[in-house]
Design a protein around this ligand. Structure first.
Ligand code: NAD
Ligand code: MG
Length: 399
């Protein structure tokens, strides 16, 4: 019998997935990789299976799974290979799994994250879209099934580390949560030129190396809007107690302001292995592999308001967070579905960069959400938003 924590990494070939395996490889005495899942990157998944020898690996489709099975057999790796969204959700809820890293990008990660929550797992949630779509209902499911939700988004990990341990006392003590934002690659760009931004420019983030979807979201600051929504649900904090400040150096990862004016912050070098290691080991701490912060090497920590006139023009997406949170329940799912289509269309050069905001605002106004009490209801809302967003893309790309 082993008393190692058995981990399932969903989205193991992505930026968060690779960083998670890096942390796990430093602690082979304490953790065992039980299952890996990915979309279509068979080559990297095969390498990961050779190194980590998981009991199971799952790919999003049958063809990728067949290819992986072939490659693993040729190398004598015993991993059992599965295919499809259902298999991924089953692995997330597998009785042998202790903790699940939910690092699939987009709403595709909702069903497996929910399956892990409903199976009462320790859920390490990187997939912010799952929470933006699932909202309060997702949090209820976590609670009802005795799951433990640990945020992996660096800002939310920072807030979690800055909050008192007893969640029941948060609302009495906390005045506001202040999320920091780097401002992305276009913080100083002339807003009048944003229509010409290319996908390559949008994906070149100054401080973080990440997947393409979140990189585009960082460039529009839709990422921060999603994070405001994520914070609202994770910490059950009213929207008016959530604030954002632009902090280009990404050293302060976020803060909690208390009722006596005291502010508690979490600092460090920008490296996702820190929140990942914290999620894995909480309430303990383990080595993450991240470089230590050298205060003497920092020239300055600076701050800007996203409400400045030029930033308002650069980052109109920011206001959509509060707009969606003030709308009917389900509005945040609509906003997320719209944005996923907008980002994809931008990456395919079917939508201009500045039209991402226009599409999101349009779909949020147009779609009327209905009550949510199931995964099916959430996915129906997502579909409704996607249809309206696709229609918008077709209309503007015909112009
Ligand atoms: P990524 O694009 O690098 O990786 C995504 C992973 O999901 C890959 O393994 C891919 O194969 C898998 N995947 C994609 N579509 C799938 C599908 N339909 N079915 C099954 N698997 C699928 O993305 P990332 O940057 O690692 O981000 C992952 C999540 O973590 C996102 O929700 C993102 O917002 C969040 N996040 C990322 C970072 C970061 O630094 N990269 C920071 C904070 C939060
Ligand atoms: Mg973040």
């Amino acid at each position: 019998m082993t008393n190692k924590q058995r981990i399932a990494v969903l989205g193991s070939t992505g930026s968060i997935g690779v960083n998670t395996l890096d942390v796990l490889a430093r602690h082979l005495d304490a953790y065992e990789v039980f299952a890996l899942t990915a979309g279509r990157n068979v080559a990297l998944m095969a390498q990961q299976c050779v190194q980590h020898r998981p009991a199971f690996a799952a790919m999003a489709d049958v063809a990728s799974a067949a290819l992986l099975r072939e490659q693993l057999q040729a190398q004598g790796v015993q991993t059992e290979v599965l295919a499809g969204a259902e298999a991924i959700a089953q692995l997330a809820a597998h009785t042998s799994v202790d903790a699940v890293m939910a690092a699939i990008v987009g709403v595709a990660g909702l069903a497996p994250a929910l399956a892990a929550a409903q199976a009462g797992k320790r859920l390490l949630l990187a997939n912010k879209e799952a929470l933006v779509v699932g909202g309060a209902w997702f949090m209820q499911q976590v609670k009802a099934h005795g799951a433990v939700l640990l945020p992996i988004d660096s800002e939310h990990s920072a807030v979690f580390q800055s909050l008192p341990e007893d969640a029941a006392t948060w609302s009495a003590r906390v005045e506001k949560i202040i999320l920091t934002a780097s401002g992305g690659p276009f913080r100083q760009r002339d807003p009048a030129t944003l229509a010409q931004v290319t996908p390559a420019q949008a994906c070149a983030h100054p401080n973080w190396s990440m997947g393409r979807k979140i990189s585009v979201d960082s460039a529009t600051m839709m990422n921060k809007a999603l994070e405001v929504i994520e914070a609202r649900y994770l910490f059950d904090m009213p929207p008016e107690q959530l604030d954002v400040v632009i902090h280009p150096q990404s050293v302060i990862h976020s803060m909690v302001q208390y009722r006596d004016s005291s502010i508690v912050a979490q600092l460090g070098t920008p490296d996702m292995r820190v929140p990942i290691a914290y999620g894995l080991s909480w309430p303990q701490r383990i080595e993450s592999g991240a470089q230590r912060l050298d205060f003497m090497a920092l020239s300055a920590l600076t701050f800007e308001s996203f409400g400045d006139a030029a930033h308002k023009q650069r980052f109109p997406c920011m206001t959509l967070a509060w707009q969606a949170l003030q709308g009917a329940p389900g509005s945040t799912a609509i906003l997320n579905g719209a944005n996923e289509v907008a980002v994809e269309a931008f990456l395919q050069e079917r939508l201009r960069f500045d039209q991402i905001y226009a599409l999101n605002a349009h779909v949020l106004e147009q779609c009327v959400p209905e009550a949510i009490d199931s995964l099916e209801a959430l996915l129906a809302l997502d579909q409704q938003a996607r249809q309206a967003a696709h229609a918008y893309v077709t209309r503007v790309s015909a112009c």
